[in-house]
Every structure is written in C-alpha cells, then in structure tokens.
Design a protein around this ligand. Structure first.
Ligand code: HH2
Length: 399
C-alpha cells in the first residue's frame, strides 16, 4: 500500500455523462474545469469522451477523438500531472497517448484486441476495469456466485494477458468497476473486498464517485446530491487499501483523504532490523488490533558458511500484521493472513541466504503490499548439527 491514496479527478467531455453531462463538452470549459481540479489537489486527471452510464449509446471513434484530443493537447502544455484517457477504443487511446496522455483507463477491461499493443508500445500506464456486458445491457439482472472472486479472477487474467503483450507489471492498475453490471450489494461487496483484490498483486483504483448505489443508500438522492456518500466510500476505500480513487469532487476528497490516510496508513519507511536472542514473547507495536501467525516452519538454506548452507534446514517464522479496526465481521475487510504468510514463506524459500536478517527483510517486503499496516517478521534458527548449540532470532519491522 502506498503511503497516500491518490486522487484521480474526472473531466467528462461529453453531452450525457450521468452526473455532469454537457457541463464540460466545450473545450475551454473542460480545460478550465481540469485546471480547477489540479488546483484542488488532483494527482491524475481522467479525460473521457464517451459516457458509459447504464444505457448510454456507443460513440464513434471520430466523435470521441474530436471531444478529447483538443482538451488533452491544451492541458498537456498547461499542467504537469499525468493525464489518463478514459476509452475502450485502441485508436482513441493511441492518438491521445501520442498527444501527451500517460495512462489508458479502459472500462471494457481490454476488449479491443489492439489495446495491449497500443499501451505496451508507448510504455503507458493501464487501468483495467471490470464491466459485465456493455453499458446498454449491464444492469439487466446482474448475478455472480462470488462477485469479489469472479471480478478478481477476470482482472488478474487480463493483467496477465497485458503483461504477455509487453505491458510492464508496474504499469497496471485493477479496478472492479463499481456500477458496471452490479447491484447495490455487489458494489458494497467489491468495496469491502478491496483487500482481497489488492492481494492479486496490483494497485487498485475505485470509481464509486456519485454513483447510483450511493443515491439509493441515501434515500434516492440525485447524482448532484451524493457528496457525503461519495466521501464515505472514499474514506473506507482508503482505509481498506485502495491506491487511487476516481472522483468528481476533488477538493472535498483530497481533504477527507488527508485525514483518512493519516489515521490508517503508516508512514512509508525502510525496514529496520534488530538482532536478539529468543525472548519468547511479542513485540512492542502497541496496538491491540493485530493478527499474529506463529511458528510457521520454513525450509531454507541459510548460514554464513557453505557448510551451514549445504542442507536446507527448518526455520521457524512468526508473522504479525497490524490490521485496521473493521466495522463488520467481514473477512475481506481485513488482511488475508493466509495469503500474507504464504508470501513470506515463498520469499524466504526463494534463494539461499547468508544472513537471517536479509531473509526476514525479504519476507517483510513481500508481505507488506498485502497488508494494511505495519508488518513484523520474526525468524528463529538453530545451529546446524556439529556446531555449538545456539539459537538466534531476527526481527524485522516494516511500517
Ligand atoms: N466510472 C465511470 C467512467 N469511467 N473508469 C474507471 N476506471 N472506473 C470507474 O468506476 C469509471 C470509469 C463512470 O463515471 P462517469 O465518468 O462520471 O460517468 P459517465 O460514464 O456517464 O461519463
């Protein structure tokens, strides 16, 4: 998890977007609006020329480009934050990247077969979003067995396809597509499922802003009256580990996230190590909200001498994860400690180690993206047979 949740501001250059359709269709207005979002603290701007609200008609590539290209060209010289192009069409993506956009936000999750190549060839960022069906049909009785798993499987598969096509792993962001073929309950499950989606190993973007589930939960409020609900969803998205939120109300979201991030995100820091004899009990994290998995056996080759490394030996590892307070008894609102512990074991087994602390640091770094807060890894080893009996323990803490 990054130290701060990034805010992607929405610039819809469309006549018919669900909450701001027609307001910024004219180029100068769109550019002024974009400049305002930047001054309010947006980290990224997402420029879209085709509404994907339920029932929206398809727009041809030519029309879409006529809307967005002049805005991207004008913004490229005026602002310095990255621009994202919200499109399902590879030809629109290509032209916008060539005009200065840095990211493609594809709400169709790579249905255009040429999209991967366009992104890969230009070294662009890529948001892969899940949508069930298309905007015309997506809200017709959406059903899932387990929405978080199904959406996660789809996104992970598309991410793999993108990487095979040459897109860098670090360039990929996953988005479960709030409101795209989902009921209110599906949207809520996907929000609560952010930790499970993050466990797929990619940053996560959430696009909840002003969407109809917020209207429904707050007494059928119209899109322009969904600010408080949108901020609640942004706050919990941040707490549950979202890396980016895509929002209309940038000023308010930036302020809310300053507080939310300060409350629930640890400051980024380098791993620190301390070497000690086994002491038996715990560490000094000072919070009662913690998961501890103790005594995990790990077979690894470790030791300063070749003789020590000649045979794998069993180390014992403890993993401790600081977890956020959760308002519900929902598993997906917390750290998946089985997945996190497996990641730690795999990291230690991945190679030979001279030093116990390097192995523990590698485990901590492997686990940290899967958790919500500080990680403590403790590894104990015994001397190999034939050397003086001595046990040592290393503890690594990563905030
Ligand atoms: N939602 C919309 C459009 N693009 N992109 C991502 N990655 N995630 C989203 O949730 C998402 C998106 C729909 O919102 P909006 O742009 O405000 O409306 P419209 O599609 O009507 O233009």
């Amino acid at each position: 998890m990054g130290p701060r949740t990034l805010v992607m501001g929405i610039v819809n250059v469309t006549p018919d977007s669900f909450s701001d359709g027609g307001k910024f269709l004219e180029k100068d207005r769109a550019v002024r609006h974009a400049a305002t979002l930047v001054s309010e603290g947006a980290d990224i701007l997402d420029i879209g020329g085709e509404s994907t609200r339920p029932g929206a008609p398809d727009v041809g590539a030519e029309e879409e480009l006529a809307r967005v290209l002049p805005v991207i060209r004008a913004l490229r010289t005026e602002i310095s934050i990255p621009l994202s192009i919200d499109t399902r069409k590879s030809e629109v993506a290509a032209a916008c990247l060539d005009a200065g956009a840095a990211i493609v936000n594809d709400v169709s999750g790579l249905r255009d077969p040429a999209m991967v190549d366009v992104v890969a060839s230009r070294g662009a960022g890529l948001v892969i979003m899940h949508m069930r069906g298309d905007p015309q049909t997506m809200q017709q009785a959406p059903t899932y067995r387990d929405v978080v798993t199904e959406v996660g499987d789809f996104l992970a598969g598309q991410a793999r396809a993108a990487m095979s096509g040459g897109v860098a792993r670090e360039a990929i962001v996953l988005d479960p597509g709030i409101g795209f073929g989902k009921t209110v309950e599906h949207n809520l499950e996907l929000l609560r499922g952010i930790p499970r989606l993050r466990a797929r190993g990619f940053p996560v973007l959430m696009g909840h802003s002003r969407k109809s589930f917020i209207g429904k939960l707050t007494g059928d409020r119209p899109a322009e009256d969904r600010l408080e609900g949108s901020l609640a969803a942004a706050t919990l998205s941040a707490a549950w580990g979202a890396d980016i939120v895509r929002v209309h109300d940038v000023r308010e979201t930036v302020r809310v996230l300053k507080v939310a991030d300060a409350l629930c995100r640890p400051a980024a820091g380098e791993p620190s190590t301390s070497r000690s004899r086994p002491t038996g009990e715990g560490s000094d994290l000072g919070t009662s909200s913690r998961i501890r998995v103790s005594g995990i056996p790990v077979r690894a080759r470790i030791g300063v001498t070749e003789r020590e490394r000649a045979v794998p030996r069993t180390l014992l590892m403890d993993c401790e994860f600081d977890v956020p307070w959760v308002a519900t008894d929902a598993l997906h609102a917390t750290t998946d400690y089985a997945a996190a512990s497996h990641a730690a074991v795999r990291a230690v087994q991945a190679r030979e180690w001279l030093l116990l602390e390097s192995a523990a640091q590698a485990a901590a770094l492997a686990v940290r993206p899967l958790t919500h807060g500080a990680v403590v890894i403790r590894i104990r080893k015994r001397s190999p047979p034939g050397l003086p009996a001595e046990a040592s323990e290393v503890e690594v803490r990563l905030r």
